[in-house]
Design a protein around this ligand. Structure first.
Ligand code: RB5
Length: 151
């Protein structure tokens, strides 16, 4: 992973909090600054509350990337993608992590604590954070993602 000064924003609901906490520890051990938006215990919470906080941090430039964990990653991605500057992706493996950075310029990775093991998540996150966006032919396509920008 490439340590950066601008923080990575992370968040989770009760289903993802244990994995989120372990990702936070791994990111910090690798030298990343992390802004943890919670949740901080195993009490039941609503995933959109955390998705929106992390998405706002990334959309505003306060954070470079976002990482969200819930049971499947799906609810988090749906909520985060309501923010215009967010390209949130449920990532299941290192291939998706690499290609969604290189081709889609994804800026927020969502993981499912009930659908993936912690090592596979950490490997995928490492690839996500270290893969540059290719730009070039992808730039026109990425610029058309938000409605109203299509040809
Ligand atoms: C919480 O039970 C669960 O619905 C949530 O973690 C997530 O999987 C939603 O997409």
């Amino acid at each position: 992973m490439n340590p950066a000064q601008t923080p990575i924003a992370i968040g989770a609901d009760h289903a993802g909090v244990a994995l989120k906490d372990s990702l936070r520890a791994a990111l910090e051990a690798a030298g990343h600054k992390v802004r943890d938006f919670g949740t901080h215990g195993d009490g039941s919470v609503d995933y959109p509350d955390f998705a929106h906080q992390v998405a706002k941090a990334v959309d505003s430039g306060e954070a470079t990337f976002g990482v969200l964990v819930c049971g499947t990653g799906i609810g988090m991605s749906i909520a985060a993608n309501r923010h215009a500057g967010i390209r949130a992706v449920v990532v299941h493996n290192t291939t998706e992590a690499r290609l969604t950075r290189a081709h889609n310029n994804a800026n927020l990775a969502c993981f499912g604590a009930r659908t993936m093991g912690p090592e596979a998540v950490l490997d995928s996150l490492s690839v996500f954070l270290s893969t540059p966006y290719e730009g070039g032919r992808h730039e026109r396509r990425v610029s058309k993602i938000n409605p109203g920008q299509e040809a």
